[in-house]
Design a protein around this ligand. Structure first.
Ligand SMILES: [Zn+2]
Length: 252
């Protein structure tokens, strides 16, 4: 069965929440690129500092965190995200849906007032990484807190309810956002801005020079895998390329 709905009206403002730098691009890069192209103010929120994102046991962690923040900013620019990237700076691998983190996320939702909020699907089965689960629940719970006036009155901000919640890497997708070649290319370019993650996440063994990397077989394999992901969602949605989500109303 195909999606229940295809393509939201481009929101004026969208906010996407990921556990780590690069998660948002994997979840919704093409959709965010399309909305940004149509004038949507896109803001990315990264919950953790990305400090576990290397297989090198002797890595300089402080330098890695700085590198990953710079890469995230570059990826946001590639997507056209004029709202930029906000970092909640929790320790990678130790993200919790606790009161303080919920408050931090609800605060930025109230400040930026997105019409659409996007995040990890916390109900995805058989998922290993604890930060992705925690970030998913944080997104859902911070939305409720931002929406209702008696949560976190210390913010001194008006409540704000995003009209739609889109969960990416959805366990039970029910909504598709269509993409074209440009949006796929932006998604891939944004992902490839995360050079520190080539080996550990994207299985790219080319060196970090993007120009040299264009002929590397592992880069080509990564790109064709990305195309396949969007083509699979497109087949489901009845169009060439798409991204799949679970859409939730936010008023219940
Ligand atoms: Zn992640």
């Amino acid at each position: 069965m195909g999606p229940r709905s295809v393509d939201l009206t481009t929101p004026a403002r969208a906010m996407a929440v990921g556990a780590h730098p690069d998660d948002i691009e994997f979840g919704a890069g093409a959709t965010l690129a399309r909305w940004a192209e149509n004038g949507c103010e896109v803001t990315l929120v990264v919950c953790t500092d990305g400090s576990k994102g290397t297989w090198d046991p002797s890595a300089d962690i402080e330098a890695l965190v700085a590198t990953r923040q710079a890469e995230a900013a570059e990826a946001a620019a590639v997507l056209g995200a004029t709202g930029g990237v906000l970092f909640l700076n929790r320790v990678d691998g130790e993200l919790e849906n606790d009161r303080e983190t919920r408050s931090d996320l609800a605060r930025v939702i109230r400040q930026r007032q997105p019409d659409v909020l996007l995040g990890h699907d916390p109900w995805k089965r058989h998922r290993l990484h604890p930060d992705h689960r925690a970030a998913g629940f944080l997104t859902c719970d911070a939305l409720v807190a931002a929406r209702d006036p008696h949560f976190f009155p210390e913010h001194g901000l008006a409540p704000h309810r995003p009209g739609t919640l889109l969960l990416f890497e959805a366990d039970d997708p029910n909504h598709a956002e269509r993409a074209d070649e440009t949006h796929l290319a932006r998604r891939v370019a944004a992902l490839e801005a995360h050079r520190s993650q080539y080996r550990s996440t994207m299985f790219i063994t080319a060196d970090d020079d993007r120009d040299a990397a264009t002929v590397d077989p592992t880069v080509l394999a990564f790109r064709s895998g990305q195309r396949q992901t969007l083509a699979d969602a497109g087949r489901w949605a009845g169009c060439p390329l798409a991204e799949a989500f679970h859409l939730m109303p936010t008023d219940r």
